[in-house]
Design a protein. Structure first.
Length: 191
């Protein structure tokens, strides 16, 4: 199977790109989201890939990130969602936004994609909600355990008794490089 394609971009169209690698031009169908990250013709690009083989031919799909490819594979696993419809869904936002929409049960977000009606949108949510919920939880844990000074300062302010919304508001106007500096600036602003 072809897992990725690296080479010079020779063609860049709204629905596909051609990347020449080792003297062979690979045509990859891409989402609008991926197309934004593909450089202009003549520059080098790397796309993650997935090959779909059918009776009537083979088609190669390209993705800017591993997350986008994984979401594509989940989508084509849903009954009634083929590769082209999955690409249309992926054109509607980043993989993280789309997984959030699945977890939140936002069927309207998927109905906006061409080729998806109410039933298919609801089927996507029902079949993928549990798979996506596990990934969203691990992402949330990763975000909470970050060393981002603003995140740590927010946690510190909440620990001091400020409401989360209040802490965010105070930190919006605070300047500093460390959590301590940010908390001190936020406390000054609260007086």
């Amino acid at each position: 199977m072809i897992a990725s394609v690296r080479g010079e971009v020779t063609v860049r169209r709204p629905d596909h790109v051609v990347i020449e690698s080792g003297g062979v031009g690979y045509r990859l169908a891409v989402s609008a989201q991926t197309l934004r990250s593909v450089p202009a013709a003549g520059e080098e690009a790397l796309l993650h890939a997935h090959l779909v083989v059918r009776d009537d031919g083979m088609q190669l799909f390209g993705f800017a990130s591993e997350d986008e490819r994984e979401l594509f594979l989940m989508l084509v696993g849903v009954q009634g969602v083929g590769p082209k419809v999955a690409l249309a869904v992926l054109s509607g936002g980043s993989p993280r936004e789309l997984m959030g929409a699945i977890a939140a049960g936002d069927a309207a977000r998927f109905q906006a994609a061409p080729g998806i009606g109410k039933r298919t949108a609801e089927r996507i949510i029902v079949e993928l909600r549990e798979k996506v919920a596990g990934e969203a939880t691990s992402d949330a844990l990763r975000i909470t355990r970050s060393d981002d000074p603003r995140t740590l300062a927010r946690e510190g302010l909440v620990g001091l008794g400020f409401a989360p919304a209040e802490a965010d508001q105070l930190l919006d106007s605070a300047d500093g490089d460390t959590p301590e500096d940010l908390i001190a600036a936020a406390l000054k602003a609260s007086r």
